[in-house]
Design a binder for this molecule. Structure first.
Ligand code: ATP
Ligand code: MG
Length: 492
């Protein structure tokens, strides 16, 4: 498939979306930092308001205090008159102290005589004319001002209880309002952040969908795009969305181009392999014919003819392998049918035994027939390649065990040997094309040189069946496991 397919907007997310307040999320950071900022501002404002209110109330009290002092002075105290006596409007809780030349003359609280402790406290007041706060025994905190009149001192006080009560109410209101501001800020921030980050979540969804596409293994269409309504170039997310969609266009174009050139290459390999088959068969045929018809040729010529025959045969195998791989690459090229595997595996082992009489060949078949959905010829080739490897890459006397089983929906063929194991330098890429160990390490070095395509064919054929192959190898034990789907029971 090449060229862009129909572009569809990203469907609903299949990946887990982060919770708005989940650990590490951007929305959490935005919501919490906005709320924290509002909280700090609200606390500062409440604190400053409370301080200002305190200052205003205290100033009012001081004014009242000084007014009371002026009023009582005007009433001629020290002459045996107590404040308020005969003068209206004096404040509640007023404390009055008058000291003449001969000591305390008058100490009254709300026109009542006060205790000695209070009198002693008031006696200590320095007559500065500036109000100050003092805690008076049994009367509590008072705002007090001392005024000197020649050698006489007058002290007037007003209780702070009213101011303290007002401040308590103000503080309660400030705390409640601050908490409300924080809660409202939190809810508003959450709503705004969630709404604004929604396009970002959709972008993440689109990116997840793209990452789930099998782009590395054939898919060249990228049929998802960031929704058009989210690609407003004025917003930051919109910019990202536009760039993202453009990148997907490029990726799609690049994949299409790659697919195009791979298709061409595959077709070339397939065509070249196909075209080489006939000339190779002709070379082999003529060489064989010449050798048979002219038995009297010199030994060197006979050897040359043999070499031509064997090399052209090897090249025919190589060409067949390349052709098969090219066909498998360009799509399923199998004739899948329910295939009983017991005979197939038994025949392959029997062929291997004939080809490698120096090895010990063991076969383990289940009682019940195992029927796979498979291409008979290709699967035979898979087992034959594995058995050929066990024969050519292990020394004489190696025991090779082949087993067949049905396991959890799979037909499983295992080929294991107790040979030296796969050389470490090729161990992790044995299924790649043209991977083979140093020829000197395999017996094949002495006979037919190997090409390194055998396991690549195994992997490609098994994958085309929808199955898989894996290998475990260590010195003394190498085991290849091939799994292909079992045929459904009704198809047997
Ligand atoms: N049973 C085995 N024991 C040890 N090494 C193995 C075994 N099977 C495979 N190998 C190693 O894996 C390499 C790749 O095997 P593969 O069948 O792909 O290629 P090949 O056998 O070298 O060539 P070809 O099969 O194309 O003739 C081999 O060259 C060999 O080194
Ligand atoms: Mg091989």
């Amino acid at each position: 498939m090449t060229g862009p397919g129909p572009v569809v907007p990203a469907p609903a997310a299949s990946h887990p979306r982060p919770e708005p307040l989940g650990a590490g999320t951007l929305s959490r950071r935005l919501i919490l930092s906005t709320t924290a900022l509002v909280a700090v501002i609200a606390v500062l404002l409440s604190g400053l308001t409370a301080l200002t209110m305190h200052r205003i109330l205290q100033d009012q009290l001081d004014e009242q205090l000084l007014a009371s002092a002026t009023q009582t002075r005007g009433e001629g105290r020290g002459q045996g008159m107590s404040p308020g006596r005969g003068g209206p409007g004096l404040a509640q809780g007023l404390l009055f102290y008058w000291q003449g030349q001969g000591g305390i003359v008058q100490v009254e609280h709300d026109r009542n005589v006060v205790g000695e402790q209070v009198a002693a406290e008031l006696e200590r007041v320095v007559p500065t004319g500036r109000p100050e706060t003092r805690a008076l025994p049994s009367l509590g905190p008072y705002r007090i001002v001392g005024i000197a009149q020649g050698s006489q001192v007058m002290v007037v006080g007003l209780p702070l209880a009213g101011l303290t009560a007002s401040m308590a109410s103000i503080m309660v209101a400030a705390v409640v309002l601050t908490l409300m501001a924080i809660i409202i800020a939190f809810l508003a921030a959450r709503t705004v952040v969630e709404r604004n980050l929604r396009p970002l979540a959709r972008l993440a969804t689109t990116a997840h969908q793209v990452s789930a596409l099998p782009l590395g293994s054939g898919a060249v269409d990228v049929p998802v795009r960031f929704p058009a309504e989210d690609t407003d170039p004025r917003s930051e997310v919109g910019q990202v969305g536009i760039a993202f969609n453009r990148m997907l266009d490029h990726v799609e174009g690049a994949l299409g181009a790659r697919e195009g050139s791979e298709t061409k290459l595959r077709r070339f390999v397939a065509d070249a392999s196909h075209e080489l088959r006939n000339p190779l068969a002709a070379i082999r045929g003529y060489a064989e014919l010449t050798r048979r018809e002219r038995p009297d040729v010199p030994a060197t010529t006979a050897h040359a003819l043999e070499r031509i025959e064997s090399e052209s045969e090897r090249m025919s195998h190589l060409v067949e392998d390349l052709l098969l791989l090219a066909r498998l690459d360009s799509g399923p090229a199998l004739e899948i049918a329910p295939t009983p595997l017991s005979t197939l595996v038994a025949d392959a082992v029997s062929d291997a035994r004939a080809a490698g009489p120096d090895h010990a060949w063991a076969l383990s078949l289940p009682d019940a027939e195992v029927v796979a959905l498979a291409d008979r010829h290709r699967l035979t080739q898979v087992v034959a390649n594995l058995l050929a490897n066990a024969r050519t890459h292990t020394p004489a006397g190696t025991r090779v065990t082949t087993s067949l089983a049905a396991e959890q929906g799979w037909a499983v063929v295992r080929v294991s040997d107790d040979g030296p194991g796969i050389p470490p330098e090729v161990a992790d890429r044995v299924f790649e094309r043209f991977t083979r160990a140093d020829a000197s390490r395999s017996r094949a070095g002495g006979g037919v040189p190997s090409t390194g395509l055998g396991l690549a064919i195994v992997a490609a054929v098994v994958a085309a069946h929808g199955g898989h192959v894996d290998v475990r190898s260590r010195p003394g034990h190498t085991e290849f496991t091939v799994r292909v789907p079992l045929a459904p029971v009704r198809q047997i």
